[in-house]
Ligand binder design. Structure first.
Ligand code: AMP
Length: 304
């Protein structure tokens, strides 16, 4: 079933202790769309400037991503730069230039308005809401966010949360949003803000999924251990994209907790591949058989 993804399409400059790459393809929607495309080629809603290289557009096309909703306007593409410390869990944002995102007014093509699955990738919650306003009765809405929006756009985020089925955020963001150090308590508090399900990512330590406690809806997912970690950028976006793509390819009339658990495992698998290279280079070479092989390996090493 169709899946719509909104978020940033960016040119990133990424520095790790050993390498630096400038103006490489990045952005929450780029990572999420390519990850999802292994399961269900999504409809992409985003904006780029006239400096955005045609080869990236060609790459999206080669993944069968629907680009009718990708606006290209005069000006510069969104740019982000970040630096990782020796412990690659630690990242510092060096700069953010919104550029064409500053005046982005997402307008959905007509055939996107009845799309059942929606992934609101990481962008300002006000923009996420504007996209959602244009979708008629979506079946399942996943939203991602970040510390910046929790701090500078909390009201917009709080207005969005009741319209979201699953909120995906990382551990420090969950603590910031709820002012609570315990992640289980934080997840329950976030559910009270609106989403039926909350997924808290813990970086290399896996993810938690919480739903209705009276139905025992609780899942603790490990992460797939990666030895050759080169660039963690976009791991969270690939997680969300893989998760949403897996949900969208299912034929089930409703999204069950069992299916969400499986989606989280697929999201983790896509994220684990993505961190093995800079930008989208690892996903560029990824074959569907490798996804299934890693899924099986993940299952084998996580059993007890
Ligand atoms: P992640 O590593 O999952 O946090 O995602 C990193 C990606 O998010 C990079 O490719 C950035 O281009 C993009 N990004 C960083 N900050 C923002 C922001 N404020 N709004 C939208 N996208 C962002």
């Amino acid at each position: 079933m169709p899946l719509l993804i909104v978020g940033s399409v960016a040119l990133d400059t990424v520095k790790t202790p050993t390498e630096e790459h400038a103006d490489i393809l990045g952005g929450s929607a780029s990572y999420a769309s390519v990850a999802a495309s292994f399961f269900e080629p999504p409809q992409l809603v985003a904006v780029v400037g006239d400096d955005f290289p045609e080869r990236h557009i060609e790459y999206f096309r080669s993944r069968k991503i629907d680009l009718t909703g990708l606006q290209q306007v005069p000006g510069e593409t969104f740019r982000w730069s970040g630096e990782y410390m020796v412990d690659m869990n630690q990242r510092q944002t060096l700069s953010v230039a919104l550029n064409v995102f500053e005046h982005f007014n997402p307008t959905l093509p007509d055939d996107y308005r009845t799309t059942p699955y929606v992934l609101l990738g990481n962008i300002a919650p006000g923009l996420q809401a504007r996209v959602l306003d244009q979708v008629e009765k979506p079946k399942f809405v996943v939203a991602d966010t970040m510390d910046l929006w929790i701090t500078v756009a909390r009201e917009d985020l709080m207005n969005l949360l009741p319209r979201v089925d699953l909120l995906v955020l990382n551990d420090s963001e969950a603590k910031l949003l709820t002012d609570t150090p315990n992640l289980i308590k934080a997840a329950h508090l976030i559910r009270k803000m609106g989403p039926r399900y909350v997924c808290i990512k813990k970086g290399e330590h896996g993810a938690l999924l919480l739903g209705d406690p009276s139905e025992d809806e609780f899942f603790s997912c490990p992460s797939f251990p990666v030895a050759n970690l080169l660039d963690p950028t976009g791991a969270g976006d690939c997680f969300a994209g893989g998760l949403a793509g897996h949900l969208a390819r299912s034929e089930q009339p409703t999204v069950t907790f069992a299916e969400l658990r499986q989606a989280i495992v697929y999201g983790s698998v896509l994220a684990s591949f993505n961190v093995e290279a800079f930008s989208l280079e690892r996903l560029r070479k990824l074959r569907p058989a490798e996804i299934e092989a890693r899924y099986a390996e993940f299952q084998r090493i996580s059993q007890f």
